[in-house]
Design a protein around this ligand. Sequence first.
Ligand SMILES: [Zn+2]
Length: 530
Amino acid sequence: MKAGTKDKFTAVLKTGKKIMCFVAAILSAAGLGHLPGRVPGAPLITAEAASAPYMKITCIDLGDSSSVYGESVLLESAGQFLLMDTGSKDSNNTVLRYLKKRGIRNLSLYISHFHEDHCDYAESILKDSYFHVRHLYVANPDPVRPYITSWYKSHRHKIYDSCKKYLAFYNSITSAAYKKKIPVTALRKGKRFTIGSVRADVLWDHNNRGFGKFDPYDVTGIGFQNNNSAVTKFTLGSRSFLNCGDIEFSTERDLLAAGVNLSADILKLSHHGMWTSNLDAFVKAVNPCYCFYTYKNKSDPERRRFASAADTASTLKRLAKRYNILGNRYNGTITYKVQYNTIYVSAQRHIKSKTIKVKNRSDGKIRTHRIVYNDAQPLFLDNRMLPGGTKLAAGSAENRTPGYSGWKKDSNGWRYRTAKGTWLAGGWKTIGDDYYYFTKSGYRYEGWLKLNGKKYFMSRLGVRQTGWQMIDGKFYYFSTYPGKVGEMLTGMRRIGDSWWPLRGDGTLDLSKKKAPNINITTSEHRHTTK
Ligand SMILES: [Zn+2]
């Protein structure tokens, strides 16, 4: 294969064109994606491959407005997508806008259970002609059926109503899928399916108890339905992610009693991190490196019903002492990317601690709770890449098992150690699908880089930039052309559909042309917002 092919590969992926991704997938399947990255004129050095299997989990921030709330987690692998839950009905189309921004049209849907904060937007996606939904995976609705009877209607009308609503969601969502001939699969225990290189195993799909023997607070049956959430483990290599939907204590206890292998590196805390769930023993059995929880609107009726903000705050506080926890509320959209058994973490924003005032549900007194997140968290935001599976002591970058691969910082800067134990050094290297430039002694470049008369810009995270970039308030354009990827352009250039005047120093002459739309798919952005 000719030099520069890899550049093409990367550039093509960044354009997000379906057909080219298909070509890339073939290259990758043929093992050709493992060719080293190379810029003409730069020494050819073997490095990590762009096409290595990965699993990316994005916990989309649905915001805290009263119009949208709930949960939506996107899993991505080898260009395939699984949207796990869709959040509530949403006048802002938050999830839809997110998917469109990412250029995602082909996806599968997964509904953990049929509560509005998880599924009410599913119909909109299924009916939207923009999307091609490949497959619909749905929670098992059977446990609620026995409660749709006239006896329940007259004697336990709250339970009857909530079960009816639950089934109505199930019916409207599955019939929207059937109308479009989208295959529907029930998420029953033992079911296995794949998304790209990721294997999904359904570990559990129902609670073992009826209403009568159920949690005493559960007068409306909402907890009963939460406990019907599908529990699915997603595995890539030796790393895994566990999504238990909104299961509560009862199901957590059932899972523990049944001896289900719960261990996972990333755990979505159940039921939005609420006090109804996330037993110490359960989280301990999962033994995650990272946990996250999704936003639950403060005006949510369930939250009001239990007046449980205080309990939830203390649940999170308790867990944060031992686990690295991020949440939409404080961190916006959160991304975990698993590749080479390493877990890369990034969050849109970071708040180290938060003080909230809440009314105690038993004595009615207002108390102040301060949620302090694990001290190790700032590390995520400095290097965004930590070796998964190794528990970091608070604030320590050194407490890693020998033989890890990943970024490491010392007083001279950042270095990268491969899984083989060698350090990347002396030229261009790819890690994931990003390009980095390392000195002979193995430190990565940041900022402007001049090589053989060409100029490149390496982001704050060391990533070679392409497309439009704003640097120190000025616009520059870096080539995405195969064989020239990352080179700063000068002169009059045709970029996209129009001509752009670029001065000799690369800056865009704004006296001649209005500012371009910044390319939001650049590497730097990928690290900071997805
Ligand atoms: Zn929920």
